[in-house]
Ligand binder design. Structure first.
Ligand code: FAD
Length: 426
């Protein structure tokens, strides 16, 4: 025997929180909706884990960053779910899904049935072991994906004051953790194989700005190489890391941010997968009409690029979740999802936003020695992407609007001359 619900959200992260809010806005009845999460807490704004959560003074702690405070909306505490008759089944992993019977089996042996399933299982951090390096289970080696990881990272950091940290990976997690470690008075060396940081998004010129800024804060960069092994002491703690270039770095702690993989394993062989995620249509519906997918695990059609993409960013998690619920509750009214990709990050006193796609030729503008600068990406004669550091709310809105319009660009020199002014008048 088990419980039965009309709607089940599998996963209790960002997308789950925003989906729950949308269900309530659209009048879901008490007892119809349940969220099953492997995490022991109600949905929260995951980006806080690499920002406010790691601050040495007045750090962010739950319940302050439950969804949906990241969008300046109401904070959905466990009490909120209770008041709205939403069942939160926390600290419970689902180990299998039977789509024919429309049931989920939890690790505790409970069977939960659904009429409509929303898959919001997000992603997991890639482990060094998947690249043939052993030892990343040592107690002073940290990954960062969930609250348990962040709590552990804080305690390792607190035992390393004035010590040396090695950060492996130059993407979002590496960059944000490196900044937090510096703020916690830890000496940081970043190691990554690419020629510059944030290689999937930044142009070399943009990356150089951030690397110089980080260097001014004391961060060292070792690029073009990877970690090959750990030195461990008799307590099993890492004391140094060896790199492929032959160097060895002393380490009191190591933080690893080498990418993520979407949590699709429950659905392999049951749903169509694409781009490492669950393929969905413009209503977030998978190849099984009763199953929707949202957030990091969903590969959805990005209309403006006429392409299926899987995005690993919080804005897309929030909006795909809301759209799926709209499509489920009011199918005749909900159109096709029409999304402008949006990413952002905040480190030290810096803050940037990016909209669209970083394909094609890049045109930089603004003052790279000052506070505000940016770039446009021009692909096949159209502006398809915009980046801005240090902008105002109005300026960010302007680059978002200009990017959505995808204007034709004939004269790149003129675009460079106009710079931010182009977006402000588009
Ligand atoms: P998640 O929030 O990862 O939630 C997935 C949930 O599913 C988890 O609760 C997990 O436990 C649960 N789950 C998975 N499998 C099972 C199972 N079998 N049974 C039960 N439960 C299961 N994006 C930005 O745009 N800007 C940022 O600054 C930014 N900062 C970030 C900082 C950090 C530290 C991290 C980790 C991510 C950051 N992101 C950022 C990315 C953003 O947080 C994700 O895109 C977003 O969380 C995706 O939401 P989701 O609901 O799809 O997945």
């Amino acid at each position: 025997m088990g419980r039965a619900f009309v709607y089940v959200i599998l996963g209790g992260g960002v997308a789950a929180g925003y989906a729950a809010q949308e269900f309530v806005k659209r009048g879901v009845s008490h007892g119809e909706l349940c969220i099953i999460s492997g995490e022991p807490v109600a949905p929260y704004e995951r980006p806080a884990l690499s920002k406010g959560f790691l601050l040495p003074e007045d750090p962010a702690r739950l319940p302050s960053f439950h969804c949906c405070v990241g969008s300046n909306e109401e904070r959905l505490t466990p009490k909120w779910y209770k008041e709205h008759g939403i069942e939160l089944i926390l600290g419970t992993r689902v180990k299998s899904v039977d789509m024919r019977r429309k049931t989920l089996l939890t690790v505790t042996g409970e069977t939960i049935s659904y009429k409509i399933l929303i898959v919001a299982t997000g992603a997991r951090a890639l482990k060094l072991e998947e690249f043939g390096v052993t030892g990343s289970d040592a107690e002073n080696v940290c990954y960062l994906r969930d609250l348990a990881d962040a709590t552990r990272l804080v305690s390792v950091m607190q035992s390393c004051m004035d010590g040396n940290a090695v950060v492996i990976g130059g993407g979002y997690i590496g960059m944000e953790c490196a900044a937090s470690l510096v703020i916690n008075k830890i000496n940081v060396t970043m190691v990554f194989p690419e020629a510059h940081c944030m290689g999937r998004l930044f142009s070399p010129r943009i990356a150089s700005y951030y690397e110089e800024f980080y260097k001014s804060k004391g961060v060292k960069f070792i690029k073009g190489t990877v970690l090959t092994s750990f030195d461990l002491n008799s307590d099993g703690k890492v004391t140094a890391v060896s790199l492929r270039d032959g160097s060895k770095l002393p380490a009191d702690m190591v933080v690893i941010g080498i990418g993520i993989r979407a949590n699709t394993s429950l659905f392999e062989g049951q749903l169509t997968l694409e781009k490492g995620g669950i393929k969905v249509n413009g209503k977030m519906q998978s190849s099984n009409a009763s199953v929707y997918a949202v957030g990091d695990v969903a590969a959805f059609p990005v209309k403006m690029f006429a392409e299926t993409r899987r995005l690993e960013h919080v804005d897309s998690a929030r909006k795909t979740a809301r759209h799926a619920v709209a499509a489920i509750m009011e199918p005749e009214k909900a159109g096709e999802f029409d999304y402008l990709p949006f990413f952002y990050s905040r480190v030290f006193t810096l803050s940037w936003q990016f909209y669209g796609d970083n394909a094609g030729e890049v045109i930089h503008f603004g003052d790279f020695s000052g506070k505000t600068f940016g770039a446009y990406w021009i692909n096949k004669g159209h502006l398809v992407g915009s980046f801005l550091e240090g902008g105002t709310k109005e300026q960010y809105e302007a680059i978002a609007k200009a990017t959505r319009l995808k204007p034709a660009i004939e004269d790149l020199v003129e675009l460079e001359r106009q710079g931010l002014g182009f977006a402000l008048t588009a």
